[in-house]
Design a protein around this ligand. Structure first.
Ligand code: ZN
Length: 333
């Protein structure tokens, strides 16, 4: 399913085109994966609508890829034929600790072809073994929503017992809630969401307090992770932070629809007392490799809705227009 043009998903129902392409060949240091499943991420909407456009079109999107190795490029010794591997947003980079912000960073499914396909190639170092505890469909959302959620939680610098907030409650936040329960069992978790369905979902997963995006939590929070594409939640979250608290924005792009909400920003109420804002940029291969075994130990259960590959457009349009409870995953047969 290829992206050939930039379109608005409020007007266009078929942004991707089903295309027959030759099977790719793995280059030196790469593996060829037969793709089993690929998650549908909000970032695909950002690519299709031009907020983070691919540098070249057409491109095959998809960066929550689970597949099996069917061919090895020259020099690859780290993986064997048949191994089940995952590929996240990072397709390749510098290999350093800061490879997520390196100029060498290339994104899967944006800068190079991704997993909305039967086959894809990836550098062997950026294909991570998938723990047996997960089915293909369960594992797919862990590779982006889960692993970036893990990075976001790490960037909060939360300590056990300190209260955490989550604003927005979709594919990533429902995983972060389970992760936080496991890593910080004494931390209370507050969830802010604009629709009742998401709030009910958060309650069902054991959130300690649940409210509307602009509500005030009963206690000020040490850190809040924002997974929304909007600005109203940013301002509201800053008002819910403790002095010295940190807002971590886990979004690759923000949309402009409610940008005027920023005019409500008041230095005293939202920033003073050393409250701070940090964004989460991309991900390292290490984040994914560290996160997956933790996810298997918990074990994290991602709520998934499965679509066949040919119906990727339906999944994307639904993600754009309807409230999300969990993650959408494409099954590739
Ligand atoms: Zn993603």
């Amino acid at each position: 399913m290829q992206m050939t043009r930039i379109v608005s998903l409020t007007e266009e129902d078929e942004p991707l085109t089903l295309t027959e392409l030759p099977k790719p060949e793995p280059g030196p240091g790469e593996v060829l994966l037969k793709v089993h499943a690929c998650g549908v991420c909000h970032t695909e909407l950002d690519e299709i609508e031009g907020r983070t456009p691919p540098p070249r079109l057409p491109v095959t999107p998809g960066h929550e890829v689970v597949g099996s190795v069917v061919a090895l490029g020259a020099g690859v010794q780290s993986h064997e034929i048949g191994a089940r591997l995952g590929v996240g947003w990072i397709h390749k980079s510098s290999g350093s600790n800061e490879e997520n912000v390196s100029p060498a960073f290339e994104a899967t499914g944006r800068d190079t072809n991704g997993g909305y396909a039967e086959y894809m190639t990836v550098p062997a170092d950026y294909a991570i073994p998938i723990p047996e505890a997960f089915t293909d469909e369960q594992a797919a959302p862990l590779l982006c929503a889960g692993a970036i959620g893990y990075r976001a939680l790490r960037l909060t610098e939360l300590e056990n017992g300190e209260p955490l907030g989550l604003t927005g409650f979709g594919g990533s936040a429902h995983i972060v809630l389970q992760l936080c329960r496991h890593l910080f069992p004494d931390s209370a978790i507050s969830v802010f969401a604009k629709d009742e369905k998401s709030r009910a979902f958060a309650r069902s997963l054991g959130a300690d307090w649940v409210g509307h995006t602009t509500d005030t939590a009963p206690d000020a929070l040490q850190a809040i992770i924002d997974t929304t594409p909007a600005w109203t939640p940013v301002v509201a979250a800053l008002a819910n932070l403790r002095p010295g608290g940190r807002l971590v924005i886990n979004a690759i792009r923000k949309e402009d629809g409610d940008k005027e909400a920023l005019l409500g920003l008041n230095y005293h109420d939202h920033l003073w007392l050393e409250r701070e804002i940090k964004s989460v940029a991309n991900i390292t291969a290490r984040d994914i490799a560290d996160f997956l075994p933790i996810a298997a130990r918990i074990p994290i259960r991602s709520t998934v809705e499965v679509y066949p590959l040919e119906r990727a457009n339906e999944a994307l349009v639904a993600l754009k227009r309807a409230p999300v409870t969990g993650a959408k995953v494409l099954r590739i047969d």
